[in-house]
Ligand binder design. Structure first.
Ligand code: AKG
Length: 237
């Protein structure tokens, strides 16, 4: 049985579960515009392997998405009003690229101060087409990667599949525009896409600009999107 805690304030839910579901964060029209922009970008990239990183660095549509007021309001409700955008990516599963994402924590990619990612369904998602699943409360510790997990598409730092009790997972089926905000230590994974239809999700990562952190040189689109930055962290660009 999942330990998913709900019927609390957004901040309490995020603190208890390590994630927060926000329904209808974006409108279907906004999602359609982003999907159109992704198709344009994909025409120039043949071998993206299902994951496209760094859209806001070159696309005005995704720069605007990084500043979206409703998105920033949702983030503010859990980490406060000083917000730094770090990077974004699209995870695109189609009838050709069907991979399930393995159980992992994002912190192993970033280290440093804790980050929050906003996963937004640009297509409706279900267990048939690769929706997200998350382990409530798993953000309270760092999972040990034993090095014997099988390699596969999409994501490194993966856990062995039997390291997680799937019965405890919260299955995050979403409508278009729904969002899942999650802590960088929250264990999460996704189902394979066996539907034959596209499943596109936008995942943008933010942090609390008041907390000192590394300067990630590769995160070229990093920018302060709300509030102020403390000395020693990245400043607005
Ligand atoms: O969208 C997915 O299938 C998985 C995304 C994910 O695990 C991640 O962004 O860390």
């Amino acid at each position: 049985m999942s330990k998913y805690a709900h019927d609390m304030t957004p901040k309490e839910e995020y603190q208890q579960n390590g994630f927060l579901i926000v329904r209808n964060l974006l409108t279907p029209e906004e999602c359609t515009e982003m999907k159109r922009e992704i198709q344009r970008i994909l025409q120039e990239k043949k071998d993206y392997g299902g994951v496209l990183v760094g859209l806001a660095a070159t696309s005005a549509v995704f720069q605007a998405a990084a500043h979206h007021p409703k998105l920033l309001d949702a983030i503010e409700s859990v980490i406060g009003s000083d917000i730094l955008f770090l990077s974004d990516k699209v995870v695109f599963k189609s009838s050709d690229v069907r991979f399930a994402s393995p159980w992992h924590q994002d912190w192993h990619y970033w280290k440093g101060a804790h980050k929050l990612s906003v996963w937004i369904a640009l297509d409706p998602t279900s267990t048939e087409n690769g929706c997200l699943k998350l382990l409530p409360g798993s953000h309270k510790s760092i999972a040990v990667h034993d090095g014997s997990a099988p390699e596969g598409e999409g994501f490194g730092h993966r856990l062995n599949p039997d390291a997680v009790d799937e019965n405890e997972a919260f299955i995050a089926e979403c409508n278009v525009g729904d969002a899942v905000l999650f802590h960088d230590l929250t264990l999460h994974a996704s189902f394979p896409n066996i539907s034959g239809e596209d499943r596109i999700a936008l995942i943008s990562t933010y942090s609390n600009a008041a907390e000192p952190d590394f300067a990630y040189d590769w995160a070229v689109a990093a920018m302060l999107v709300r509030g102020k930055a403390t000395d020693g962290v990245l400043t607005a660009s």
